[in-house]
Design a protein around this ligand. Structure first.
Ligand SMILES: C[S@@+](CC[C@H](N)C(=O)[O-])C[C@H]1O[C@@H](n2cnc3c(N)ncnc32)[C@H](O)[C@@H]1O
Length: 467
């Protein structure tokens, strides 16, 4: 008996006709695995010279590669250093289609665990603003950790429902990604548990929720801005059906071409401009992608300034520690403490309009909107914890730094046993400058250590330690 729901297989048979046999055979194949190089930290060219893995380029994305068993890049120290993100090849198509440009304001509305957000961040190249949102609190935390590991400096992570954000950010974003919660049919072979949740009723419920999410996304896009709607399911109700109803409700939107469309099959019927990624036609899982544009004269129903609704930052909100203390004015002492630390430890002192939540000091991205009343998990680049007269640097600071920006580093080769000891939280014996140093693996920052008397006190975060 098949491990896939009968009703699902029956629907697929009806949908695919002659192609069904090839599709059904693909369900019995292992899922395709991939990694996407973090171009905030390196280039693909340089990574390919160092990588110990056998990799094949994914044709529809820059910097994406397929890897094969027995390689396990998720277990390599490069993963802890944020050198790449493990993401299956079809999922890599999505941010590539949205194609944000450095300096833009980008929203990823359904962002956890962060595959597409880290991709969007890489494409922004550290310039502009990325708001990565996830309503589920535990998933928002994972998203935030991935933003940290990837060393993204210009992202804010929120934990909100779309209506809360759309009330706050009318016509604000240049690009929006709605990678919608869906019935997940395209992930069945990768994640057999996804089958257990599947039912025809679940498909219908997902379509209703997708409509609601899209309506709020539509409000937040500036006129002339672009949006990608994507799912990892096959059901037309959640794909072409969701698009059809959305376009009927929103005549200010139109479907536009997908620049990588040659690699994919077209969507059904009148939705040939959208793309279907079939596991029996390419090397990847099942996905659907639609690219939309909001017309220039659409006013979005809301007032907006010259950049589509920018708001002045008040710097208030809830910190990642949930204390939500006000940070309208960062005490000068805190900034002084940070600058002293940075002056001693770094070659370049990151500056900007700081935010302080409790003891946590952040550097928010430029153009960060009003945070008042929003659940913010990470309001920008986390610099550290301000103690009485000292700054304890954050893991995010280390991961967001280029090794040249740090005065003292200890570099270890990936196969040096001390790397594993460090990731396990052990104290290391090293010969280097006394004080704070960044431990790097083949030149990629892994985390902080504090050296005294030849012993490196381990500051790799307890929650991330390898067991
Ligand atoms: C397909 S997953 C996103 C995957 C993510 N984009 C990535 O690449 O890692 C959809 C996400 O939407 C979240 N979600 C569920 N309901 C939502 C809603 N009403 N609004 C926004 N996101 C929602 C889910 O918790 C889930 O994390």
């Amino acid at each position: 008996m098949s491990r896939y729901p009968e009703a699902f297989l029956h629907r697929m048979q009806e949908m695919l006709g002659r192609d069904y046999e090839a599709f059904a055979a693909s369900l019995e194949q292992p899922s395709v695995q991939g990694l996407r190089v973090n171009t905030l930290k390196t280039t693909s060219e340089s990574f390919l010279k160092k990588t110990p893995f056998r990799l094949e380029p994914v044709p529809w994305v820059r910097d994406g590669y397929t890897f094969y068993a027995p390689d396990r890049p998720g277990k390599h120290p490069y993963h802890a250093a944020g050198v790449y993100y493990i993401q299956e090849p079809s999922a890599m198509s999505v941010a590539e289609v949205l194609n944000p440009q450095p300096g833009e304001r980008v929203l990823d509305l359904c962002a956890a665990p962060g595959g597409k957000s880290t991709h969007l961040a890489a494409l922004l190249g550290g310039r502009g603003l990325l708001v990565s949102n996830e309503p589920h609190p535990a998933r928002a935390k994972i998203l935030s950790e991935n933003i940290e590991r990837f060393g993204v400096r210009n992202a804010m992570v929120t934990n909100e429902m779309p209506d809360k954000l759309s009330a706050r950010f009318p016509a604000f974003f240049d690009r929006i990604l709605v990678d919608a919660p869906c019935s997940g049919e395209g992930m069945f072979r990768k994640d057999p548990d996804a089958c257990d949740e599947w039912s025809p009723e679940h498909v219908t419920m997902c379509a209703v929720r997708q409509a609601d999410i899209l309506d709020h996304a539509a409000l937040m896009l500036r006129p002339g801005g672009t949006m990608v709607y994507s799912t990892c399911t096959f059901s037309p109700d959640e794909n072409e059906g969701t698009m059809e109803k959305f376009l009927a409700r929103h005549p200010e939107f139109e479907l536009i071409d997908i620049h990588t469309a040659e690699h994919f099959a077209p969507g059904f019927g009148e939705f040939a401009k959208t793309a279907r990624l079939w596991p029996h036609k390419l090397s990847g899982e099942g996905h659907y992608v639609a690219h939309l544009r909001k017309t220039d004269d659409a006013n979005g129903g809301q007032a907006s300034d010259e950049h589509g609704g920018a708001r002045k930052k008040s710097g208030k909100g809830k910190g990642r520690d949930g204390r939500g203390s006000s940070s309208a004015k960062v005490p000068l002492d805190a900034v002084k403490t940070y600058r002293e630390f940075a002056g001693e430890t770094l070659t370049v002192v990151p500056e900007g309009e700081f935010l302080l939540f409790g003891e946590q000091l952040y550097l928010p991205p430029a153009g960060l909107p009003d945070l008042q009343g929003l659940k913010v998990v990470r309001p920008g680049w986390h610099l550290g914890t301000v103690k009485k007269n000292r700054l304890e640097p954050s893991h995010h600071l280390a991961l967001g730094l280029h090794p040249d920006e740090v005065r003292h580093t200890v570099d270890l080769a990936a196969d040096d046993p001390q790397v594993l000891q460090y990731l396990r939280g052990d104290t290391l014996s090293v010969d280097s400058h006394k004080g704070w140093i960044v431990l790097t693996v083949d030149g990629f920052p892994l985390g902080w250590g504090k050296l005294s008397g030849g012993q490196l006190k381990n500051h790799y975060p307890k929650g991330l330690r390898w067991v």
